[in-house]
Design a protein around this ligand. Structure first.
Ligand code: FE2
Ligand code: FE2
Ligand code: FE2
Length: 400
């Protein structure tokens, strides 16, 4: 099938940005604004179409290492400790994505300064050119709050770029930026209510002929980011993926459905990236406001996956994993008649996997305890009875 990678990455960037917002309080859509500024610079310089495509993808993913690097930090860490590490972790993310594998070091060096005063001490043209572009775009958005209309800030931003020529920024990139920085249109496009529409309009179309099998490693890369959001869920999606594989064989699903369910399992908690770690890792029982925040994660999973063409089934199966047969689940309060077999299966498996994992307020449960809880839930009309029996029988030996 034709797979639109631009749309997919734009959609994923929505939730990836939340992690950075959580750490740095940057306005939402940071990655989109960086992609927009980078593309404008690339056009001014006359970069080839292929370079523009890669630059667009890399800008959207430039901070995808934040979640992975955050996981390794001890409580009370200093923000600067995250910085070099997110470059290294982000570089690893790119190295797993088949369509960007040839773009070595662009993410690793996206914070390097032209004069060599950055984290890794690389200078001048030793810094990959695409990194030089992303660096300027990123710097502007972090320091000048470009999502909001502030004429004074624009003037300051332009001065800053000019002063940074040959020091922070490459002279070619600065000249390219200044060639369009006088245009009102450029700054207005960056405003928070314009950027999504504008970027969709100017984004290069990155279309690949992909099979479902080709999408497995890509979804797996995002699965690693999702699982690393919290130390309590570091194996959650991976565990569900393993369980769904076994249950797919048990039910004799065809290859296409197996692959789609595998991708579903990898991405079902994509919306967790939206939830601040202060809630995910809170040591006490959560209050009602925090619980309602947590419940939004499957809504965000749907918001993102609905944007990806060809993902209709995957989006429903993934975002329905907290729905209940009695209509008391979320985010849609669907009822038994509205929940298909795959959604019900995802729901049961998600509960089993979550119960075996440790949480801040409780230990992981034993096999006996898990089976007792899911049987009670099935008897109470919350989850599918037959699936609960099947899962209990097939996976029983795998659960502690
Ligand atoms: Fe960064
Ligand atoms: Fe950034
Ligand atoms: Fe979930």
């Amino acid at each position: 099938m034709n797979f639109n990678m631009s749309k997919c990455l734009e959609a994923f960037s929505l939730v990836l940005d939340f992690a950075e917002m959580d750490y740095f309080k940057i306005n939402l859509n940071h990655s989109r604004r960086v992609a927009y500024i980078s593309l404008n610079i690339a056009k001014a310089i006359g970069l080839s179409e292929d370079n523009q495509k890669d630059l667009f993808a890399l800008s959207l993913l430039h901070d995808s290492g934040f979640t992975l690097s955050g996981l390794k930090l001890k409580p009370g860490f200093k923000m600067f400790e995250l910085m070099p590490d997110h470059c290294i972790e982000g570089e690893k993310v790119i190295s797993y994505l088949p369509f960007l594998m040839s773009r070595k070091d662009v993410i690793k060096y996206h914070h390097e300064n032209h004069n060599g005063s950055g984290f890794f001490g690389i200078s001048g043209d030793d810094i990959p050119f695409l990194s030089q572009i992303i660096h300027l775009a990123d710097f502007l958005d972090i320091n000048f709050n470009l999502a909001q209309l502030d004429s004074q800030k624009r003037v300051e931003a332009k001065h800053y770029v000019v002063r940074g020529k040959n020091k922070l920024f490459s002279p070619d990139v600065v000249d390219a930026f200044m060639s369009f920085a006088h245009k009102e249109r450029f700054w207005a496009d960056l405003l928070f209510y314009n950027i999504i529409e504008v970027l969709e309009r100017i984004a290069p179309q990155i279309i690949y002929e992909y099979s479902w099998k080709d999408l497995i490693p890509i979804s797996e890369t995002f699965m690693k980011i999702i699982d690393s959001k919290s130390k309590f869920t570091y194996r959650h999606s991976r565990g569900i993926t393993e369980m769904i594989e076994i249950m797919s064989d048990f039910y004799g699903f065809n290859t296409e459905k197996k692959l789609k369910l595998h991708i579903t399992a990898n991405l079902h908690d994509l919306g967790k990236l939206y939830i601040p770690n202060s809630i995910l890792e809170k040591p006490d029982k959560l209050g009602s406001v925090e619980l309602s925040e947590i419940r939004k994660h499957s809504y965000f999973t749907k918001l993102v996956l609905d944007k990806i063409s060809g993902f209709k089934d995957i989006s429903s199966w993934a975002s329905n994993h907290h729905e209940k047969l009695n209509g008391k689940g979320y985010p849609e309060s669907l009822t038994g008649e509205e929940l298909d077999f795959e959604s019900r299966l995802m729901g049961v498996i998600d509960i089993c996997q979550a119960l075996t994992e440790e949480r801040p307020y409780r230990k992981g449960l034993t096999q006996r305890e898990v089976i007792k809880i899911i049987s009670d839930m099935a008897n109470g009309g919350l989850i599918d009875k037959q699936i609960t029996i099947d899962v209990g029988n097939v996976l029983g030996s795998r659960i502690r």
